[in-house]
Design a protein around this ligand. Structure first.
Ligand SMILES: Nc1ncnc2c1ncn2[C@@H]1O[C@H](COP(=O)(O)OP(=O)(O)OP(=O)(O)O)[C@@H](O)[C@H]1O
Ligand SMILES: [Mg+2]
Length: 349
């Protein structure tokens, strides 16, 4: 085969590589999220009787199916209900009121947006949407620069359900109290999947992505275990695809344990920031040995271990760096000495 020769359909290990893309939406009901989907549907149901719906905040770690569950609800409503319009907007991408308004215009198919102010456009949107009931799904809601637009939606759209999706469990507490009291949302947590559940989800994806027998039980177990540590199904999809590409580059049609191992090593390189300094390395190793302790407890161990005067401020800065690099997770807890954070490792580095 030439350097860039393509694999023919018969040569490729993949039946449908797209099925491993994180943005791929599998058909049918979502496994292990039936209750969550029912909960979301119940918030929306009053709209079908032309009554006002319930608002909802959905929270949970990354890669636990929050977006997927909402996309499914959107698809189902669009298939079965003409009376309810559904708007899905990712507020990380559309992070200001004006960008959200333009996106809503696009979704209601209104094209004459030039030379019109946000207020004018908003009036047009409201008129159109108020002919029906509406579900607004605002994903990555905590990433928006401003969510003032929510006031207008709450006040001026008559029959709606607003769904806000976030990773940050405490985001609701940070909202302006006036907004909170108008929104009055229910809240729904998406808990992380168990290792067994991840394995089952993977198996379903594999049936779409690979020909039979391409992945051994050992490899699935290894990948499910690794993904369980990050709680993120995207990790599993990444590892499966990487391992398969490695096998394919050797013209093999079966993923071996070695391919899986190599893919896992690649994941660590990819997730690890370019360089951790000496203190960050040390803190990470302490966290690895003392999972689920609070920042104060880890700081005490760190101080004793390094046997020197370490400043708490510098320590907290390092902790922040590690969180940003996705190596640890911080969860707010209320202790005797006030608010503190529990530190959980996200992976073995
Ligand atoms: N129960 C499931 N069955 C099949 N695939 C799933 C399931 N849960 C999650 N996935 C897949 O895992 C990936 C991550 O899911 P999703 O994007 O919904 O996560 P999320 O909770 O929205 O994460 P984030 O907070 O990072 O946005 C997607 O590719 C999704 O299709
Ligand atoms: Mg998401």
């Amino acid at each position: 085969m030439s350097l860039f020769g393509k694999y023919s359909q018969e040569e490729s290990i993949f039946k449908n590589e797209i099925a491993l893309d994180p943005n791929f939406t599998p058909r049918g009901p979502i496994e292990f999220r039936e209750n969550e989907n029912k909960y979301i549907a119940n918030c929306i149901k009053p709209l079908l009787q032309r009554r006002n719906g319930k608002n909802l905040i959905i929270f949970g770690q990354q890669g636990v199916g929050k977006t997927l569950a909402c996309i499914k609800v959107k698809e189902e409503l669009e298939e079965t209900e003409d009376e309810v319009s559904v708007f899905y907007i990712n507020l990380w991408k559309k992070n200001t009121s004006h960008k959200i308004i333009l996106e809503l215009c696009e979704q209601i198919d209104y094209k004459f947006t030039q030379n019109k102010s946000s207020d004018e456009l908003l009036q047009i949107i409201e008129q159109k949407i108020n002919q029906n009931s509406a579900v607004f799904i605002f994903d990555e809601a905590d990433k928006a620069e401003s969510i003032e637009l929510l006031y207008s939606i709450i006040e001026d759209i008559y029959r709606k359900t607003i769904i806000l999706i976030t990773n940050d469990k405490n985001w609701i507490y940070k909202l302006d109290p006036r907004l909170k009291s108008r929104l009055m949302p229910d809240s729904l947590e998406f808990r992380p999947y168990s290792q067994q559940e991840i394995k089952q989800i993977l198996k379903s994806r594999m049936q779409l992505a690979f020909h039979t027998g391409a992945v051994s039980e050992d490899s699935i177990d290894e990948i499910a275990k690794k993904s369980f540590q990050t709680s993120d199904i995207r990790t599993a999809l990444f590892l499966l695809r990487e391992a398969a590409l490695l096998a394919e580059s050797e013209s093999l049609k079966k993923i071996s344990k070695a391919h899986t191992q190599k893919a896992i090593e690649k994941l660590s390189e990819f997730k690890r920031p370019a360089q951790l300094d000496k203190d960050e390395e040390e803190i990470l190793s302490i966290v690895n040995q003392n999972n689920d302790k609070t920042t104060a407890e880890i700081f005490d161990i760190y101080k004793t271990k390094s046997n020197s005067d370490k400043s708490k401020r510098t320590f907290l800065r390092k902790i922040n760096n590690l969180e940003k690099a996705n190596m640890i997770k911080l969860e707010e807890v209320q202790g005797i000495q006030g608010r503190s954070y529990k530190i959980t490792k996200l992976s073995d580095f």
